[in-house]
Structure formats: structure tokens, C-alpha cells
Design a protein around this ligand. Structure first.
Ligand code: FES
Length: 155
């Protein structure tokens, strides 16, 4: 049984209400949603792939291409937002030349905006795997990206 069949075995066939949890589980297992996964899920839920894509693209959390070797999770929760996460996102966008959910051409970076990551007192927070970067300011971003480039090159 492959990973997707294993995930689908936990759900009831045709249960449209489980689409989002299934997509979340598949993305967790595979890193992103492949076309073949969407087709398989569509068959299982008896939904058209067009409808699944339509719903999945509505949510920022879903990826349709592999993440970068370094994936940045930028907190966009209320407290981080008040503390300037919007300017951090702008600085990251400019430094990497990509939008949230995209991956740089060299495969080094991707990033997403998240809900509260539980470190509000130290926001804005940027998480890269197990590392938390706290009180990140827009002017810190070029140096952070430079350090993370070196990390990406070890992967
Ligand atoms: S709002 Fe960013 S850590 Fe809570």
C-alpha cells in the first residue's frame, strides 16, 4: 500500500467533508500535492479534480510544487502582524523574488505565512525547521537569507 492509499484508508469513500483533512495528510506525507495524488483523491471522494484544485488553491497552506530545501514559515498572526510581520514578508519577497507558496528556481527556498506559532512575545517570528528566529526586522532579512543559503547548500 502506498502512502496515499494508506491515508485514504482512514477515511470513508465519497466523504466530501474530509477533503481538507485528506489534503493536509497527503501534503504532510509527500511534502506537496502532486497531480497524481489529486486524481487519486478525486477518485476516492468521487469529486472532480477541477473542484479539488479549486478548493485547494483557496487555502494558502497547500503546495503544488516541492518546497525549497529551506522552508521559511513566517508568522502572520495578529501579534506578529502588529509588530511588523508584513514588512518582514515584503523583505523576504524582495530578497527571494518569490511569493508565498512558490519555490526559488534554484530549489533553495520557499516560504509560507502561518497563523500564530506561539511565540507572540518575541515576534515577528520566522521558523525554519527546528530553528526559530525571533524579533525579526525587515533589515535583518538579507543576513538571515544569506545564512540560510549556506544551510540550504548543505542539504
Ligand atoms: S502571532 Fe506570531 S507567534 Fe503568535
Amino acid at each position: 500500500m502506498n502512502k496515499i492509499d494508506d491515508i485514504l484508508s482512514r477515511y470513508r469513500e465519497g466523504s466530501h467533508e474530509n477533503l481538507i483533512p485528506i489534503l493536509q495528510d497527503v501534503q504532510e506525507a509527500e511534502g506537496y500535492l502532486t497531480e497524481s495524488a489529486i486524481v487519486r483523491i478525486g477518485g476516492f471522494l468521487r469529486m472532480s479534480t477541477t473542484k479539488i484544485y479549486g478548493l485547494a488553491t483557496f487555502y494558502d497552506q497547500f503546495r503544488f510544487i516541492p518546497a525549497g530545501r529551506v522552508h521559511m514559515r513566517i508568522c502572520n498572526g495578529t501579534t506578529c502582524f502588529i509588530n511588523g510581520s508584513g514588512a518582514v514578508v515584503t523583505a523576504v519577497r524582495e530578497a527571494l523574488g518569490i511569493e508565498p507558496g512558490q519555490t526559488t528556481r534554484d530549489g533553495r527556498f520557499s516560504y509560507e505565512l502561518t497563523a500564530c506559532q506561539g511565540g507572540c512575545n518575541e515576534g515577528p517570528v520566522v521558523c525554519t525547521g527546528e530553528n526559530y528566529h525571533t524579533r525579526v526586522r525587515p533589515e535583518d532579512v538579507p543576513e538571515l537569507v544569506s545564512k540560510l543559503k549556506a544551510l540550504a547548500d548543505t542539504r
